[in-house]
Design a protein around this ligand. Structure first.
Ligand SMILES: [Zn+2]
Length: 90
């Protein structure tokens, strides 16, 4: 039982981003706010930089504006280059 050794190697490098989930309940669209950097394989990242107290974002999926704070930020890890053209929030 258990995995054979050596299979863990070679997976693609992932990148971590700050994101928020659209506050429209039936929408759930994820907005990517800022690139953190290469994944360090952890789930807690420190928010860095001069963050505004409030972010406003117009969701292109449901068309509604919501405001977000740093408490709404969730880190997420994905493979590049899915977010080419990301406009960072701060
Ligand atoms: Zn939305």
């Amino acid at each position: 039982m258990g995995k054979s050794s050596g299979e863990e190697k070679g997976y693609g490098m992932k990148y971590a981003y700050w994101s928020v989930i659209c506050k429209t309940p039936e929408c759930g669209n994820r907005h990517y706010a800022k690139l953190i950097g290469e994944s360090e394989g952890r789930t807690n990242y420190l928010l860095q930089g001069d963050l505004p107290q409030e972010f406003h974002y117009h969701c292109e999926k449901c068309g509604i504006d919501h405001s977000y704070t740093v408490d709404d930020m969730v880190s997420v890890e994905i493979d590049p280059p899915a977010l080419s053209g990301l406009r960072e929030w701060w």
